[in-house]
Each structure stands twice: as structure tokens, then as C-alpha cells.
Design a protein around this ligand. Structure first.
Ligand SMILES: [Mn+2]
Length: 414
């Protein structure tokens, strides 16, 4: 038995973070195109059902847009004998049930927060839908105790291992302990479905909705073969973002940066073709690494490229630069600089201290940096620091920014 499992679609959402040259194509790079491709895949792979893990529709007011898009797809699937099963998430807690009322072919599982099991040709699928926009108790608390037709696939929109979450918090241990043979989860947009015989994890967004959603995106083919269940992602997303490191150590002049960016884009496209994961548009989130004496000029060159919002086409994929971050170190003789009685000397001595073994002075420096980075992260609402920053992370950032600052200081002096 084959099934196609689709994570957060957010129909109605227009992807952001596109350059001017692609702004007109935003809709065709969005979830509606991904949904159309999911339907094509479901038909050609002859799956028995398409499973939707919630947040199918982005907003309550997307009722009519969702109706039109879902209806066309569901009718097409039904003609091929493929049924559509969904659970509601926090984004479509009201609109998905209303859509299910208007589209009787759409089977909404677990309406009102009551677990519901549906028999399939081999085994079953059990699901739970958000009864309210906010759910602070784990849905697993009410998981039925009766025997379920195995293999049984769990379909759930939830927030895993976030105890304080208002979006149906569940523990990994709870998922593992439940008598199901796979958990197909929605809510978190980063896919992490894994497990050889018993896949458990997030399906992820079906296409990138924002630039932070890096990596492959698409639905998952679920193959049920007796007790064993295999999951394979089909990376059909029309829009994707890739994070990559670009070593500029061998770059003769900073003006050559655009050529290096183009080459890096070509390599990413080649790798994605190899992985059968070529999107229609690919955003690059580049981090410049390595050693280079002209850091400031490199930074300027990077800013200039970003300001031009370049788009180039490679093997039918429109590649653009979303971000260039610099983590380039200058080739510095720290020992010699540390002997200088000036600000460069102070920085060089701190960098040597950071590179050296653990001691009181090093610990003090790292602790102070950690406090300040976290305080800054708390203010910058647009770039929240995810979780706690470890001492190692703080030291790493201190070394990186210290190197950059020292290099800039020396460049200015020249
Ligand atoms: Mn959600």
C-alpha cells in the first residue's frame, strides 16, 4: 500500500523573500503549485490516499481560495480512486472543517479533538484535529486504548518537545510509546521524518514559504509493506532555499566575488539535479568563509551583489541570492600583533586567549560575551536567538567577530 503524506501547505500564502525579478512569479512559486504537483505524483505513483497533516489552508479568510484549489485537486484524485484524508492544524482549525462540510470527499479525521481511526486496504490511519486555535494539553493524553488495525499510521498536527507550547505539545517519548507504526506530523516546517521501519517526524512545509526554510521540501511517499513502513521525500517544491559556505581564500580580487557566487549557484543546481530536487527557483543563503586580506572590500562587494538582487537561470531553475554573510578571517600574525601597545594589540591578546586552553580569564571573557549576545538577541525581535546559547557557541562567535574587527582595524590603518 502506498500513500502520499503532505505536511504544512498553507494554501493562500504567498512566499516572501523573493527578489524584484521574481516578485511577479510569487504565486506560481507558492503552495498552490506544490499542491498541483502532489496531485500529479499521487496519481502517477498510484497511491491509495493522500494524507494532509494540518495547516492545509493558511488563514480562516482563505475559505474560498482553499475551496477552489482543494476541490479541483480532490476531484482529480477521486477520479483515480484516491481518497483525501486530513487533520486540522492551528492555522485551519475552523476553515478546514468548513471546507470538509462543503467538500464531502475530503475526509476530516478527529474533528473537535476526538481521535478517529479510518481503515485502509492494509491497516489504518488515526488522526486528531485541533478543536481550538490554542491547545495546551497533549492530544496523546486522550489517545484511545482500544486495539487499532495494524499497521496504523498516526496523523497529527502538534508541537513536539515544547512543553509550554499552545499548539498541542507532545513529547517524543509519548509518540514512541503510542501503539502506532508511524507518526506523520505537521506544524514544524523543517522536515525530519526518519526511521527505517517505523518513521516518526515532521513532514515539513511542502514548499519553502520563507527564506529560513532551507533544504529539500515536498510530500513524502509512504510505502506500507506488511509491518514495515518506508518514507521517502519527493522534493517537488517550486521554491527552495539552500545554505552554503563559499570559501573565498583563493579569490584574487573582491570584484571576482560575483563570478564565485555564480559558480557556487551552478554547483548547487548540479547537486539538486543529482538529488532529483531541482526547484523552479532557488534562493542562495551564502556564508563566505576562508582567509582573505581584504575583508572590508569583500563585505562591500557582497553588499553590492545583494543590492543588485541578481537572478540567473541554470538548467531551467531561476537562481537568486537571498543573503550573503561573511565569516572570512584575515591572515593575521596574532603573536606579533599581541605585542603592540594599541587597540589591535588588545584584540590580538584576547584572540590568543580565546584560542588557548581553558582558564579563569578565558571563562570570564566568554561568559561576558554570552550574556551580551543573549541580551542583544532578546531585543532584536526579527532575529530571535533560538534557545540557549552555549559557552562554546559564544566563544566561536567571539573569535569570528574578533578576527573580523581586528582585520578591519588593520585594513583601515593601511
Ligand atoms: Mn501549525
Amino acid at each position: 500500500m502506498r500513500l502520499l503524506a503532505v505536511g504544512d501547505m498553507h494554501l493562500g500564502r504567498v512566499p516572501v523573500a523573493l527578489p524584484e525579478g521574481l516578485a511577479g512569479a510569487a504565486r506560481e512559486l507558492g503552495p498552490e503549485t506544490a499542491w498541483q504537483r502532489c496531485i500529479d505524483q499521487a496519481i502517477s505513483l498510484e497511491v491509495e490516499a493522500v494524507l494532509l497533516a494540518g495547516d492545509v489552508v493558511d488563514r480562516e479568510r482563505d475559505f474560498f481560495a482553499g475551496y477552489t484549489t482543494l476541490k479541483a485537486g480532490i476531484e482529480n484524485l477521486l477520479e483515480h480512486g484516491i481518497r483525501v484524508v486530513a487533520v486540522a492544524g492551528n492555522h485551519d482549525v475552523e476553515v478546514l472543517p468548513r471546507l470538509a462540510d462543503a467538500l464531502p470527499e475530503l475526509k476530516l479525521l478527529g474533528r473537535g479533538g476526538d481521535w478517529e481511526c479510518l481503515a485502509l486496504s492494509a491497516g489504518s490511519v488515526i488522526g486528531w484535529s485541533f478543536p481550538d486555535r490554542r491547545v495546551t494539553r497533549s492530544p496523546l493524553e486522550s489517545f484511545p486504548e482500544r486495539e487499532l488495525p495494524r499497521p496504523c499510521l498516526g496523523l497529527l498536527h502538534c508541537d513536539r518537545d515544547q512543553a509550554e507550547s499552545a499548539y498541542a505539545p507532545v513529547h517524543s517519548a509519548g509518540l514512541e510509546a503510542a501503539p502506532v507504526d508511524a507518526w506523520l506530523l505537521g506544524h514544524v516546517h523543517r522536515p525530519d521524518l526518519a526511521g527505517d521501519a517505523r518513521p516518526i517526524g515532521y513532514l515539513g512545509s511542502v514548499s519553502a514559504l520563507r527564506a529560513s526554510e532551507i533544504g529539500a521540501r515536498g510530500p513524502w511517499l509512504i510505502e506500507v509493506d506488511g509491518p514495515s513502513i518506508r518514507a521517502r521525500q519527493i522534493a517537488l517544491a517550486p521554491l527552495a532555499f539552500d545554505a552554503l559556505d563559499l570559501d573565498v581564500s583563493a579569490l584574487a580580487a573582491p570584484a571576482d566575488l560575483d563570478g564565485a557566487v555564480l559558480a557556487a549557484g551552478k554547483r548547487r543546481v548540479a547537486a539538486r539535479i543529482e538529488a532529483s530536487a531541482l526547484p523552479d527557483a532557488l534562493g542562495l543563503r551564502i556564508r563566505l568563509t576562508g582567509e582573505h586580506p581584504a575583508i572590508t572590500t569583500l563585505n562591500d562587494a557582497a553588499r553590492e551583489i545583494l543590492a543588485r538582487q541578481p537572478v540567473f537561470e541554470e538548467s531551467g531553475c531561476r537562481v537568486f541570492v537571498d543573503k550573503i554573510e561573511t565569516a572570512v578571517a584575515a591572515p593575521l600574525d596574532l603573536e606579533a600583533l599581541a605585542r603592540q601597545p594599541d587597540p589591535a594589540g588588545v584584540l590580538a591578546r584576547d584572540l590568543l586567549l580565546l584560542a588557548g586552553p581553558d582558564c579563569d580569564a578565558r571563562r570570564r571573557l566568554v561568559a561576558e560575551a554570552r550574556e551580551r549576545i543573549q541580551a542583544a538577541g532578546a531585543i532584536a525581535e526579527l532575529q530571535p536567538v533560538a534557545g540557549e546559547l552555549s559557552s562554546d557557541d559564544a566563544a566561536e562567535r567571539l573569535i569570528r567577530t574578533g578576527h573580523a574587527a581586528l582585520a578591519m582595524l588593520l585594513e583601515q590603518r593601511r
